[in-house]
Ligand binder design. Structure first.
Ligand code: ZN
Length: 317
């Protein structure tokens, strides 16, 4: 519902017809207090000119979810937004209901690998990042294509000294983008040429959580402090932003419509853990059938405290 706070005075021009559905994205700038429907809005450009004149650095803007802009207590721009969508787009509809609010520690993280890679991971007691030199053996079955690995080794993560390949990637959803490509046998630049020969039943999915990451960090030694960073999309993609709050990002994606940009961004997103991830921090291993389950149990047999092995269809979220 759109509320008309400023009823037009008699004699003043009639308001423009207003759309009932506000856009799900609005344009904001770092220094601005408003959000805009239009990135080339006249008052936005004037404001930027003034900021530069007064010696302020005018930062470039970005698209932001409407509810996020409202949460930052920004007001709709009266030049480009209000005439089209009204003054007070409903906050109620876009607010995340309290009952479904998550805690960051409860967030699961997933890592997909081929079952043939499991023995080396168990022997190393670690998942190693691609660029880590401590590998006992390179993964037998590398899911990614050579091209993807090259891009990830060259793609910087915020500070110039680290690259996407320096991190172990986890997804924040059960059904990650890459898994969907494997299941659907869709061409995906991230997958190697042999990937379409792989059988999805031979994949296993490690499940851990942000809580496990934090516990690991809490007990870490002085000479090794684990770090992790959010990639708000495919880590190798040129548009992907690094950093930001994991919980907010996941909430936004989960509450977005299934086909929206935000939901897709969540499916592609990666939680990047620097250098390595300890195998004992994996809480369960999901497998798709009994054959793979027996195979995994065989590999885990020598361990005193192995993760649970769980049957779980990968095509069901
Ligand atoms: Zn505007």
């Amino acid at each position: 519902m759109v509320e008309f706070r400023d009823a037009p005075q008699s004699g003043s021009p009639l308001p423009q017809p207003r759309s009932m559905t506000p856009p799900d994205k609005v344009w904001v700038t770092g220094g601005g207090e408003r959000y805009h429907a239009d990135r080339s809005c006249r008052s936005l450009l004037e404001g930027r000119g003034k900021a530069v004149e007064n010696g302020f650095v005018s930062r470039m803007g970005r698209w932001l979810a409407l509810y996020a802009a409202q949460r930052q207590e920004r007001e709709p721009c009266r030049t480009c937004y209000v005439p089209r969508f009204g003054l007070a787009p409903s906050l109620v509809e876009t607010r995340v209901p309290a009952a479904t609010r998550l805690r960051v520690d409860d967030l699961p993280i997933y890592h997909l690998t081929h079952v043939r890679n499991l023995p080396a991971i168990v022997q190393d007691k670690q998942l190693f990042a691609d660029a880590n030199l401590e590998w006992h053996a390179r993964p037998l079955v590398d899911i990614s294509s050579e091209a993807t690995r090259t891009v990830r080794r060259a793609k910087q993560v915020n500070d110039p000294s680290s690259f996407v390949a320096d991190f172990v990637p986890f997804s924040l959803t059960r059904e990650s983008g890459i898994l969907r490509s494997i299941i659907g046998r869709r061409p995906d630049p991230r997958l190697g040429r042999t990937a379409n020969l792989l059988v999805v039943n031979d994949f296993v999915r490690f499940v851990s959580s942000i809580h496990q990451l934090k516990e690991w960090r809490r007990e870490a030694s002085a000479d090794y402090a684990p770090t992790f960073i959010l990639a708000q999309g495919d880590g190798a993609h040129s548009d992907t932003r690094f950093g930001g709050r994991v919980l907010e990002f996941v909430e936004r994606g989960r509450h977005a419509a299934a086909l929206s940009v935000e939901a897709e961004r969540l499916r592609q997103a990666e939680l990047l853990v620097r250098d390595r991830f300890p195998f004992r921090r994996i809480q369960s291993i999901e497998v798709q059938n009994e054959t793979t389950r027996r195979c995994v149990l065989g590999v885990l047999a020598p361990l005193s405290d192995p993760p649970e092995v769980v049957l779980s269809r990968f095509d069901r979220p």
